[in-house]
Design a protein around this ligand. Sequence first.
Ligand SMILES: [Zn+2]
Length: 392
Amino acid sequence: MCAMCNIPSHIDDPSYRYKMPKLQTRIEGRGNGIKTNMVNVCDIARSLKTNPAYITKFMGAELGALSSYSVEEEKSIVNGAHETSTGQSMVDKFIDKFVLCPNCRLPETDMIVKKGFLCAGCKACGWSGDLDNGHKLVKFILQNPPGSSGGGGGDGGGKKGKGDRREKQRERAKKKKEKKKDKKAKDESDDDDDDDSEDAGASRKASKEKGDDDDLNFTDEVIKESIARVRKLIQEAEGKGKPMGAEKFFDEVRMIQIQNSFSAKLRLYVALEGVCGDNMLPDKVKAKMPYWKKLIATPPMAISDILYAFEVYYVENPKNRKQYPMVLKELYGADQLPEAELLKHYAKENDSDGFEDAKTAAKPFLDWLQQEDSESSEDDEDDDEDVDVDDI
Ligand SMILES: [Zn+2]
């Protein structure tokens, strides 16, 4: 057994729950070929759930020395003779920059590469954001991203349990997906309608079934926290005078979704609440259309799931309900709601949350659509962008 210390080692508390082995080193070679073997970097990396090559590379970069890590031999070498204490302080520095959450300081982050940037999310407090992308090590990480050979993984001494939970969550999500697929298959066999959104039937059915219980509910605390996080991100971006682009917005919301494993329909709801707050003005919906488009398209959402997000929004913000026709108009005008599916959705009975009230509120717009339909030829795919419902 090797000596253990806290993560990072300068925390004194003997009962601290995050532990790692203390660094052991051995000087090898002599003269110009002298080098330091960081003997147990592999074990340290396992405790930190990171890649031993990252730690090795980091030490080299900080010490201004060549370094190498051999995956086969699990051997970590930094050129030159270095004290064990120097090596240990490098490990701690690595931890500070790439393992600890900048917000809660716990070693509970998952490192990911997003669009060429190194980011992380914290499982303890929910923080997510960029890591120090200015550090030399980042280039190496981007070339050898987490999860690639020798990346993260291993069961860490101090942090066991959390990883298992995540595994389970992932499994759960997978199972759920399969379940949906089954439903879809079932639905297609007895579905004679002509809608071209292949998933619409399945999801409509899924949302009708109260047994859809492995998804979270829109009233859950986790969802409320997620909304608060989106709101904060928006405010911060606007505070800096740089409103988020759709891609960035999507990435942020997607990360929150992954951390809490909820469905795409709840993700859209979280985004609506986060962006519009308790006053979803049609103008705001229009102004942020790139956000909705990106969410609705990635992956393509069934219309019932899109509308679900609005329906539950109006459960939480009933005063906004009278604006629903204009909100629908904006989405319809931006080609986000195919007319036939929209009409079909509200032609049905459904006891899901907020459905009936939303249906009633939407009536003026739906009536207008139907009227338009009977007047014009049926071939109106994309020629009436300029919907005029101001007089409804
Ligand atoms: Zn944290």
